[in-house]
Design a protein around this ligand. Structure first.
Ligand code: GLU
Length: 276
């Protein structure tokens, strides 16, 4: 008897030690983490105006930030107790898997490949891949005019993947770490276009009026989800419930209008949640 319980104690110690060594929190569900700690670490973009942007005072603004705050609040965490952590497209799955963030709200498309590593609540927005070109570019009018063009996108993003699988023959693709790096290269004339989601591009076009424009012919469907630990079904349900409420109480439309409205992006309806 004694021997067995001693073994149990060692086993618990060993598990705890392993958990600590992984660098992040371990918990059964994000719901428990929020309830117990009253704090959350949320991965967001920092260079996407209207969606996820770090402002000069170090705080974050944009639609993703509003969605993150609403969901956190529904889980019992106040905005002041959220730590926003910058993620780029390529490290979102790893940040969730390693426990560096509790969830990701970062223009994060729900895909089957990503679902192998993380879970998604949502979608809370539907975008489409488009092109951002210099305002005086009359030649690039859609994906059918890409032949011989130099494109920029971000490593680990679905638009970069689409270019590599569907337009590899006709275009040259440069992959950057962030979209703002691509914007600089298109403005500077080294590259012809930035390709990613239309709603992201609208934010950059508004930032550089008269210099950049969105082509406006979306050629993919990007359903934005909230990424969380794989198999956290309790968390996914709780986040979907929060999104449902955000859609129905008017907060979703209000947040979208306030964050993205000024860019001129056509306001869509809230999407249908995927409750799988
Ligand atoms: N929504 C796309 C994705 O998740 C593009 C935007 C981004 O890279 O964040 O890959």
């Amino acid at each position: 008897m004694f021997g067995r319980s001693l073994y149990a104690v060692f086993a618990v110690v060993a598990v705890t030690a392993t958990a600590c060594g992984s660098g992040g929190d371990t918990y059964a569900s994000i719901v428990d983490k929020a309830k117990n700690d009253k704090k959350l670490v949320i991965g967001v973009k920092a260079d996407q105006p209207g969606l996820g942007l770090r402002t000069p005072d170090g705080s974050f603004s944009g639609f993703d930030i509003e969605v993150a705050k609403y969901v956190a609040k529904a889980l019992g965490v106040e905005a002041k107790d959220i730590t926003f952590k910058e993620t780029v497209s390529a490290n979102r799955e790893a940040f969730i898997e390693q426990g560096q963030v509790d969830m990701v709200v970062a223009t994060y498309s729900i895909t089957d490949a990503r679902k192998q590593k993380v879970s998604f609540a949502g979608p809370y927005f539907v975008a489409g891949q488009d092109l951002l070109v210099r305002a005086d570019d009359a030649a690039l009018t859609g994906p059918e005019t890409l032949n011989g063009k130099k494109l920029c996108s971000v490593a680990g993003s679905t638009p970069a993947q689409k270019v590599k699988t569907e337009y590899a023959k006709e275009v040259q693709l440069q992959e950057e770490r962030t979209y703002s790096a691509c914007v600089d290269r298109v403005l500077g004339g080294q590259l012809d276009a930035l390709t990613t989601d239309n709603v992201i591009l609208a934010g950059y076009a508004a930032q550089h009026t008269g210099k950049l424009k969105v082509v406006g012919k979306a050629f993919s469907t990007e359903k934005y989800g909230i990424g969380l630990k794989k198999d956290d079904t309790t968390g996914r349900k709780a986040i979907n419930d929060a999104l449902d409420k955000m859609f129905s109480d008017g907060s979703w439309t209000k947040a979208l209008q306030a964050s993205v409205g000024a860019s001129g992006f056509a306001m869509p309806q809230a999407p249908q949640l995927e409750r799988y």
